[in-house]
Design a protein around this ligand. Sequence first.
Ligand code: ATP
Ligand code: MG
Length: 535
Amino acid sequence: MSEGAAKKEEKPRKFQAIRGTRDLLPPETALWNRVEQTGREVFATFGFGEIRFPIFEWTELFARSIGADTDVVSKEMYLLARQHDNEASFDLARRRESLMFRAVSSSDKSGIDSFIQEIGKFCSDYEAALSKELVYGDVGTKVVLGYLKDSIAYLSSDILQQARAADWQERFDRTVALCRQYLDMVDATSALRPEGTASVCRAYIEHNMQQLPQPVKLYYMGPMFRRERPQKGRYRQFYQIGAEVLGGSDAPAIDAEVIELVMTFFEKLELQGVQLSVNSIGCRECRPKYVELLRAELLKVKDKIGPDSQRRIDTNPLRVLDSKVKEEQAIIEKLPRIGDHLCKECTDHYAAVKRELDLRGVKYRENWRLVRGLDYYMRTTFEITAQGLGSQDAVCGGGRYDGLVELLGGPPTKGIGFAIGEDRLILSLQESGKAPVAQGRDVYIAWMGEIARATAVRAAKALRNAGFSVELPPVEQKFGKALGQADKLGAKYALILGDNEVTSGEWTLKTLADGSQAKFTEPDLLEHLRKQKKL
Ligand code: ATP
Ligand code: MG
């Protein structure tokens, strides 16, 4: 190889941020800070305190709370692989991988049998290794192994007993997909957080917050991670600002106040085209009955709807209502509406929430088709859209989730909350011209000469202490160049310090917008700038 070619080879790789992630840079970050600062102020006025929870948690926390069959958990979660350090665990890792990537055809009976058998053996070997502490595991690992065993049991019973069922192929495919998902999860005890509610509930339980005055009101802001197809307003690392109210009662005024809080925040930001939709999706009493009714009605029109919706008839019929497929809209409009099937308590609760919203002057639209993507929601659900976002126009989703804390092993607890997509919020503010313009420096210090250097350093310190943004060039520059530089940085003033100024004690301040100049002693200068800033 020639020397030149070798050099070429050595050329270091140019790194780029991973797809779906991005850098946030100035001046845009100033807008992010303004949004977050406004959020903190509004949250404080409603009595919320900040919670900061870890970026990664046990996978099972998310699987349990969000629901193992939701897209967020089954497809979008970033699982963190565990470390292997001995032969037994290497062996399990190899078998896990080979099972995970195995093609299983529904027509290959013996292939299916060996898939089932090998998974069964894998589960028992894994459990043995866990008890000998050859692999590191936790409650979550055992739970996932349990799911895996349930899945193969279902797979064998399906094959043996329901071989002629009409939707057999569908069930088969789904069960195999679930096996793969659990195989993936068994080796990943932790995951990057896809959302915040589960962590807040975990923290509420862990720190016995039920002993604090109820309800406990918490807010958070920070990055979340979902493996989704990146597009405008949809990233793999995105940011949420959320709040939760836990414990105490489920009084409708709490629901309304939480919604009022978000709306106040958006108003303060002057977010444009804000539309609030509300709905009630019932409770453990009435929802299952409605879901069954919906399923029965959907089965009647099964051939008229697309494959995604067809699949959801079985997995999660409520999600069909969410469908954006054009051909399905007329059909969906004729489906039974949950509002007509709520139990008395839910009907009353929903009516009271609406009254409380009216009382607060919060404008809303009712949308009977509004359902949330995560399993834990019940009763009040809401979504807020804003302008300038194209098809990803939801900036906030929220709702009530009584029972979630209990599901995670805590005491019976009421809960309601929301999460704002900060990326989309910022995008909408930018699109409607509500983004602040870049802040330039207040003062650029143009200095020349050794004596002036010392004065410049002292002046910079005094001005910065007084709260001004100051640029002090590190090396001497000709005045002309310095003034050009000051202009480029968008400085308001240039403070000119040469030998004359230093010896006379009269400093020259040039206003860059109009080129005017004036002389000041040091104390007068500070006074003058302070007055100008207040104007
Ligand atoms: P969508 O229907 O847009 O996927 P979602 O139902 O998954 O939203 P939630 O889990 O309720 O969203 O999250 C609340 C908010 O977080 C959303 O309304 C949205 O503004 C934002 N959000 C969710 N996923 C992303 C993402 N991948 N990138 C940017 N923002 C997101
Ligand atoms: Mg989503």
